[in-house]
Design a protein around this ligand. Structure first.
Ligand code: ATP
Length: 488
């Protein structure tokens, strides 16, 4: 039977604890911190219930001694009033949880059961340690040992020093900006300026002015002359993210810079020259957009002379472990969690089996969230987001065709979709897969804003015009709920 230590100077509390908890644990009591610590050192315990005010020592100080002795032991604090300050302090120190007196029987039993269970599952040796030297904050490291990523690194090495435009392609969150930075750092321009512009984040007229600048009075609100990024970045490197999201006028101006290194500020007629290396990135099907008349063919050809393709994370799952190691060590330092030891083997299994629709960005966010959420030194599957913990592949139980039928909208069906398209010998796999992802993201964000398009556009980092365009394209209906219309 698991062993529980209850430290409190109130005999009534000790009696309630013994009565309530003896069916689930072997309860040992102590009425002072000194006595409790002595007992703890002589027998192994699975959890501790600790009063915050003890006669011989403050409970928080006693807690620190317990942690020094055994940092894996879950400690639940008990206190008379629900004092937020103490609760915050206790949780910051790493307490398992906090319960207010007078003790209610059911919540107390549930909490102690949970603590004992946590103690047992986190007693396994860690599969990935949180102590990695790679977490040096000063270096922005690019992680990946899979053959696909080695190809990417080789491509960066080959083209970084050539003064040509480069197009980086890949799904959102695959690391396109990191590639752009690596190209810059290894180029002859490494000591010059590097600027990044997200073309989807600004309305078309503002994007034009952001890139090329404007003259005073060029449009309402243009109260003075403004220098654009192409001018500011003279001699340096400009990273144009989401290059697919540009109005035709802007496309024409960017093409001219690429061809002649010349442009005019908005509202100006003086021709300016600039020497900027362009690195562009996109996750959009530019070829399809050219066929649909939405993108200039000549611009596409200028841009994609040299292309670097970043594979989605699900196609290089062998990189997941090293990425976790890296993000875990970073988060441990950043969130000051010195007791964090790492991830349990089961947690690693769930993470390495997941399909990662949001790619490395999603993996990074999940690891950081787990580090923040865990109260135990070892991160176990229970701490993972439910979609990962319960993902069909993590549990190896559901077949692909079942999941496609069941939840068209779950957003995790991309691999199945791609497999189906390949079986059907589709020649439009890229565009269809991109559309699937894009419609999923837009739908989810619109749902989260209750259909408010301004808020959704802001959250998505795209303009309202673009959002409206996508809503029409994907036949998203904004009624009391946000739904996708069936194809007529
Ligand atoms: N191989 C990698 N090693 C370490 N960190 C990575 C790697 N790939 C991506 N990241 C991290 O993941 C996050 C997303 O990467 P990044 O912004 O470069 O993606 P992106 O493809 O440009 O996304 P988007 O298309 O949405 O702009 C960043 O925090 C980045 O540092």
């Amino acid at each position: 039977m698991p062993k529980l230590l209850v430290i409190d100077d109130d005999r009534a509390i000790l009696a309630i604890a013994e009565r309530t908890l003896s069916p689930i644990a072997d309860v040992v009591t102590a009425s002072t911190a000194g006595d409790g610590l002595k007992k703890l050192r002589s027998t192994p315990f699975d959890a501790v219930l600790l009063d915050i005010q003890l006669p011989d020592q403050n409970g928080l100080a006693a807690f620190c001694e317990i942690r020094e002795y055994d940092r894996r032991i879950p400690v639940i604090f008990m206190t008379v009033e629900a004092a937020s300050e103490t609760a915050i302090e206790a949780m910051q120190l790493g307490a398992f949880d906090y319960i207010a007196k007078p003790l209610s029987v059911d919540p107390l039993r549930d909490l102690v059961e949970k603590a004992i269970e946590q103690r047992q599952i986190s007693s396994v040796p860690v599969a990935i340690s949180a102590d990695e030297t790679a977490a040096d904050k000063s270096a922005e490291l690019f992680i990946g040992r899979s053959p696909a990523m080695l190809e990417v690194f080789k491509a960066i090495g080959k083209v970084a020093k050539q003064n040509v435009p480069i197009l980086v392609r890949g799904e959102s969150g695959t690391g396109k900006e990191l590639v752009a930075r690596a190209l810059f750092q290894h180029s002859h321009r490494a000591d010059e300026t590097f600027l990044a512009v997200n073309c989807a984040a600004l309305p078309d007229n503002l994007l034009e002015s952001e890139l090329f600048g404007h003259e005073k009075g060029a449009f309402t609100g243009a109260e003075s002359r403004r220098i654009g990024k192409f001018e500011q970045c003279n001699g340096g490197t400009l990273f144009l993210d989401e290059i697919g999201d540009m109005a035709p006028t802007v496309q024409a101006k960017v093409l001219r810079v690429l061809q002649e290194q010349r442009f005019e500020r908005v509202g100006g007629n003086k021709e300016l020259t600039t020497d900027v290396r362009i690195i562009a990135a996109t996750n959009r099907p530019l070829e399809q957009m050219v066929s649909d008349g939405d993108y200039r063919e000549d611009l596409l050809y200028r841009l994609n002379g040299v292309t670097i393709d970043l594979p989605p994370l699900r196609d290089r799952l062998s990189d997941v472990e090293s990425l976790i190691r890296f993000f875990l060590a970073q988060a441990k330092l950043e969130f000051n969690k010195p007791d964090l030891e790492g991830l349990s083997p089961d947690a690693v299994k769930s993470l390495t089996n997941y399909e990662w629709p949001g790619n490395v960005r999603q993996l990074r966010a999940v690891v950081r969230r787990c580090v923040l959420d865990t109260v135990m030194p070892v991160i176990t599957p229970e701490v993972l987001p439910t979609e990962i913990h319960n993902s069909p592949k993590s549990n190896d139980s559901t077949t692909d065709s079942e999941t496609v039928e069941k939840s068209e909208e779950s957003g995790t069906q991309l691999p199945q979709l791609v497999r189906r398209l390949l079986q059907e010998r589709s020649t439009n796999v890229y565009a269809e897969a991109m559309e699937y992802m894009e419609s999923y993201v837009i739908l989810q964000v619109l749902r989260s804003t209750g259909g408010n398009q301004s808020q959704a556009a802001e959250t998505l980092g795209i303009t309202r015009g673009k959002l409206r365009d996508r809503i029409n394209t994907y036949k998203i209906e904004l009624k009391s709920d946000v739904v996708v219309k069936e194809n007529e």
